[in-house]
Design a protein around this ligand. Structure first.
Ligand SMILES: NC(=O)c1ccc[n+]([C@@H]2O[C@H](COP(=O)([O-])OP(=O)(O)OC[C@H]3O[C@@H](n4cnc5c(N)ncnc54)[C@H](O)[C@@H]3O)[C@@H](O)[C@H]2O)c1
Length: 432
């Protein structure tokens, strides 16, 4: 796979096929469209109406005055209605929220109605569903803002690879929710690293040690599926474990530092020492992983979710002449003197920047394809997880070819066959 690909040569016929009349009008703006045409509305739909989805929807509406919030989809009606209530409270965008009851889709098939009725789709459900949803977006030829992670297992990765191939073929825009890629400060420090500001990279380190996360409890009227969906963080088939769900941001920065070249192998340890209660499903609460690149450079990664413990989030690139502290936006020489730091006062909201980029590309008839790093950072997360679960060295290629499926079929879920797996024990069970 190659670097992020921005294809500025979308031909008119292909683009018309991508997203219907609204996008056609949008494209025509670069060919001298009338003001009326270039302001044609883009219908935005959200699948997964929780915290992040609602935030991304708001960002989408702020990004482009020609957007209309048109459809909402969620497994649960209360979540969709709550999202609608919240987005209607957003003063700057409320007048462009036009979701009739008939366009509130619920249940496990909710994604179909949203995709069918909209030009631009935001995917923000728990990641286990992402391969299925992204495939449907790709087949419909719609533009997409796709939250991370995109898969929880090898089969899911392969499904996403195919969906991305289709999107590329159709020139449908695909912006990943790996938001740091859209932060100007990060772009600038990464540019400097790649220009040699710390010399040759000798090692990379990333840490995401946080506190515990939310839990919604269990209500008597909930089925097992309801319970797991409401508490999706704690189930491997839904979240991919927290190394995938949360730490992927750090792994993606590691990948970026290494010039978007993925590591060849990983070994790891992990477990659960704090979150041992059954309510925390079957995931771990800490991972320590070493990644190794083809040139022998190693990346040291640590993540944990522990209450009442020291928290730290940072990413360092160590080089022959200095160190880049990526999260702090500082570069130092080997004596510790600061040789560069970000000090621009310009606004830099990465969540807004990524949606701004998506709509600017749609309007200008350009093509953003974030698939390569979106998938490779996800593979890194699965490498680390599988290495910790199994106690084995796990390669990039093994994840790519893995037949171990954590996510069941939609039919299984609809029939109430919900995965209930034990906490992984290294040396027992198959994890890759
Ligand atoms: N980029 C970031 O910084 C960032 C931050 C937070 C979350 N996220 C990602 O965004 C996604 C959502 O996270 P969140 O914090 O909003 O979670 P959330 O629990 O607040 O929202 C998820 C929503 O999806 C719904 N849902 C579950 N299964 C569904 C299905 N099959 N079809 C339709 N809806 C379904 C849930 O009912 C819920 O409303 C995750 O992938 C998460 O990793 C990214």
């Amino acid at each position: 796979m190659t670097k992020q690909h921005i294809d500025r040569t979308v031909d008119r016929r292909t683009f018309l096929q991508v997203s219907g009349v609204a996008a056609a009008a949008a494209l025509s703006s670069v060919h001298g469209a009338t003001a009326q045409e270039s302001a044609a509305p883009l219908k935005v739909g959200l699948i997964g109406c929780g915290g992040r989805g609602t935030g991304a929807l708001r960002n989408a509406l702020l990004a482009d005055e020609g957007t209309v919030c048109w459809a909402l989809g969620d497994a649960f009606e209360d979540m969709a209605r709550e999202c609608l209530k919240n987005i209607r409270k957003e003063r700057k965008v409320a007048d462009r929220v036009n979701v009739e009851d008939s366009r509130i889709f619920t249940g496990l098939d909710a994604y179909k109605g949203v995709i069918e009725s909209c030009d631009v789709v935001i995917l923000a459900t728990p990641p286990g569903f992402r391969p299925l949803h992204l495939t449907a977006v790709a087949e419909a030829g719609k533009h997409c803002f796709c939250e991370k992670p995109v898969a929880v297992d090898g089969p899911g990765i392969r499904t996403v690879l195919e969906a991305c191939r289709i999107m590329k073929e159709k020139k449908a825009n695909l912006v990943s929710g790996l938001c740091y890629r859209y932060e100007k400060k990060k772009q600038e420090i990464l540019r400097r690293i790649h220009e040699g500001a710390v010399g040759e990279i000798t090692a990379v380190e990333c840490v995401y040690n946080t506190s515990g996360l939310w839990h919604k409890g269990r209500k008597p009227e909930w089925s097992e599926l309801d319970y797991q969906l409401r508490n999706w963080l704690y189930f491997d088939w839904l979240s991919g474990d927290h190394i995938t769900e949360q730490h992927i941001h750090s792994l993606d920065k590691m990948l970026w530092i290494m010039g978007n070249k993925p590591p060849v192998k990983a070994w790891a340890s992990g477990g659960r020492t704090v979150r041992t209660d059954e309510k925390y499903g079957n995931i771990y609460d800490h991972f320590n992983t070493v990644f190794e690149w083809e040139n022998g450079v190693k990346g040291f990664s640590s993540c944990r979710q522990w209450e009442n413990a020291t928290t730290a989030v940072y990413d360092n690139a160590y080089g022959t002449t200095g160190v880049a502290r990526v999260q702090e936006h500082i570069i130092q020489d080997r004596q510790g003197n600061v040789t560069w730091k970000w000090d621009s006062p310009e606004p830099d909201d990465m969540y807004q920047n990524e949606l701004d980029a998506l709509f600017a590309a749609i309007r200008a008839g350009q093509h953003i394809d974030n698939s390569q790093y979106m998938i490779d950072s996800n593979i890194m997360a699965i490498m680390g997880r599988a290495a910790a679960y199994s106690g084995q060295v796990v390669t990039y290629q093994q994840v790519l070819e893995s037949e171990v499926a954590l996510f069941p079929s939609l039919d299984d879920l609809k029939a109430g066959r919900v995965p209930i797996r034990p906490v992984p024990v290294p040396g027992k069970g198959q994890y890759i």
